[in-house]
Design a protein around this ligand. Structure first.
Ligand SMILES: Cc1cc2nc3c(=O)[nH]c(=O)nc-3n(C[C@H](O)[C@H](O)[C@H](O)COP(=O)(O)OP(=O)(O)OC[C@H]3O[C@@H](n4cnc5c(N)ncnc54)[C@H](O)[C@@H]3O)c2cc1C
Ligand SMILES: NC(=O)c1ccc[n+]([C@@H]2O[C@H](COP(=O)([O-])OP(=O)(O)OC[C@H]3O[C@@H](n4cnc5c(N)ncnc54)[C@H](O)[C@@H]3O)[C@@H](O)[C@H]2O)c1
Length: 460
């Protein structure tokens, strides 16, 4: 059964009459990427910082405990040929080491207190902390940063939430054995990464996506190629498919859909994540909240209440750890710097979907660039033409770049192939620094590497 109550914490009404009052220069709600990084910076400035975190299992935040790090550890282990059990063991060791390291990074700092509990606003600038049904503290701070992340959306499908076989990604990362047949509802990042990884471990994976394509925003040729590769690897896709209900049988579940019934030993729900504000008590404040539950911020990450900021997934922007880290840079600039760094000047934003091989993207696709009226040229290079593919023994993939003939700058790149998660960052540097594509075309790269393919890719 899905437990979407954010790990172990309970949300309760406060009953305790006189909790102690604590004062901080900075209060950070949630041990996320932006928050923990900001806590260290503020401490180095001699400020007293409180960090409220609802679950010790989440010290260090989502990425290291239940997201990027464990999922990519499993992806890598699956590609190394480890068994599911061996991979889970490795993942467990990686996560517990990082959780412990993150805890000590803040807890061992004399200027920082970690306060275990659920934070809830009681007014614009004061917060109460609940632990085991008790209000353990009231906190008043000069500045407050909300960094509470996001949580899985559970669609309203009859029988799904109560099914003994349904899991969120958090729970799926803790499965005690590999399910023989797994049905994944959704066809986005989480779905594709889990599908690719669980299929490599040997599960039979069926993906049910309600729209008519996966990776719809990607370059068409590349999305098509990746889709075909995933299908050839053995993943079953059903697009344009509505999940109508879930029925638990004795030792499996029946997933009823518009395309028929699918029997599953496990169901992964991966239809998106929404900002986690539900339990923050924002109704007790003047902090504006958007229709998706996101804390509304401006480009300086200020909320509608002075000296209350929000950062990371909770703001409803792109959900990536490096965006939360960049939010930290914005906060540092606003609170300790000259205020010039905002969310408007973070440059092009790359991303990678960690299927195998990886699909990475930055900037505009050919179609997008054309529709915006650029005078474009583009080139595609199959990975099978890159010498390195022979060493990797993996010819899968295609690299595509789009350039602006007038400025000679790169407008975007879609890289599907081994190491694309690294390569895409070179393109960001070129784009942000207005380096013409001809520089990369004529630059020296080491051999035999995937990056040397940029000489040919940029030879437009
Ligand atoms: C399966 C999965 C894989 C992902 N893979 C990647 C990837 O490869 N690369 C990438 O860049 N991104 C990835 N992401 C997205 C990434 O994990 C998030 O964007 C990022 O972790 C968000 O960080 P944050 O700073 O917003 O807050 P988080 O790290 O989410 O921290 C929020 C913290 O606040 C705590 N909290 C919440 N409410 C309260 C409260 N009321 N009181 C006290 N504490 C509270 C939570 O327990 C949590 O620890 C992945 C996400 C998932 C789910
Ligand atoms: N590699 C990475 O950086 C990485 C990896 C995992 C997650 N993430 C982050 O986490 C966020 C959440 O990931 P996600 O995969 O849950 O969401 P997502 O928004 O990427 O994809 C959700 C998918 O589910 C589909 N969908 C929605 N309702 C459905 C339904 N009822 N039935 C079938 N399909 C349905 C949508 O059409 C969409 O394709 C991502 O937006 C991403 O930012 C990043």
């Amino acid at each position: 059964m899905i437990n979407n109550s954010a790990d172990t914490a309970q949300y309760v009404d406060s009953k305790t009459p006189t909790p102690p009052v604590k004062n901080y220069d900075i209060l950070i709600i949630g041990f996320g990427k932006a928050g923990k990084t900001f806590a260290k910076t503020a401490s180095a400035q001699g400020l007293k910082v409180g960090v409220v975190e609802m679950s010790p299992a989440m010290y260090g935040g989502t990425c290291i405990n239940i997201a990027c790090i464990p999922s990519k550890t499993l992806v890598k282990a699956s590609n190394e040929g480890l068994s599911f059990d061996e991979a889970m063991n490795r993942k467990h060791n990686v996560v517990s080491a990082l959780n412990n390291k993150n805890y000590h990074m803040l807890a061992d700092d004399d200027n920082i207190d970690i306060i275990d509990g659920v934070a809830r606003f009681i007014s614009d600038k004061s917060v109460e902390v609940l632990h085991d049904d008790q209000v353990i503290a009231t906190i008043i701070a000069d500045r407050i940063i909300i960094n509470t992340g996001a949580e899985p959306i559970i669609p309203d499908i009859p029988g799904l939430a109560s099914s003994r076989f349904a899991y969120t990604s958090t729970e799926a990362l803790d499965l005690d054995h590999l399910p023989e047949r797994i049905v994944i509802i959704g066809g986005g990042y989480i779905a594709l990464e889990f599908a690719s990884m669980l299929n490599t471990f040997g599960a039979h994976v069926t993906v049910l996506e309600k729209s008519d394509a996966i990776m719809r925003r990607e370059d068409e040729d590349i999305a098509h190629l990746a889709y075909e590769d995933l299908k050839n690897a053995g993943i079953e896709f059903h697009l344009h498919t509505n999940t109508l209900g879930v029925e638990d049988l004795d030792s499996s579940a029946l997933v009823h859909t518009s395309e028929g019934d699918f029997e599953a030993d496990a169901i992964l729900v991966a239809v998106g994540r929404r900002p986690r504000t539900q339990y923050l008590g924002l109704e007790n404040t003047h902090i504006s909240v958007g229709s998706r539950g996101e804390v509304i911020v401006n480009e300086r990450l200020e909320t509608s209440v002075p000296d209350v900021y929000a950062a990371g997934d909770v703001t409803g922007g792109m959900q990536f750890t490096y965006i939360s880290l960049d939010d930290f840079r914005v906060l540092r600039s606003q609170i300790f710097g000259d205020g010039s760094r905002t969310t408007l000047n973070r440059g092009a934003i790359p991303y990678s979907v960690f299927i195998t091989p990886t699909l990475s993207r930055i900037g505009l696709t050919r179609k997008e660039a054309q529709s915006r009226g650029f005078n474009i040229a583009s080139k595609s290079l199959p990975v099978s033409s890159i010498p390195r593919h022979k060493i990797n023994n993996d010819p899968r993939g295609l690299f595509t770049v789009v350039i602006d003939r007038d400025s000679q700058e790169i407008l975007g790149a879609s890289l599907y192939g081994d190491k694309s998660e690294e390569l895409i960052n070179y393109i960001k540097m070129a784009m942000d620094n207005h380096i013409p594509y001809t520089y990369i075309r004529d630059a020296i790269f080491t051999h035999p590497t995937m990056s040397e393919s940029f000489n040919d890719l940029m030879n437009i």
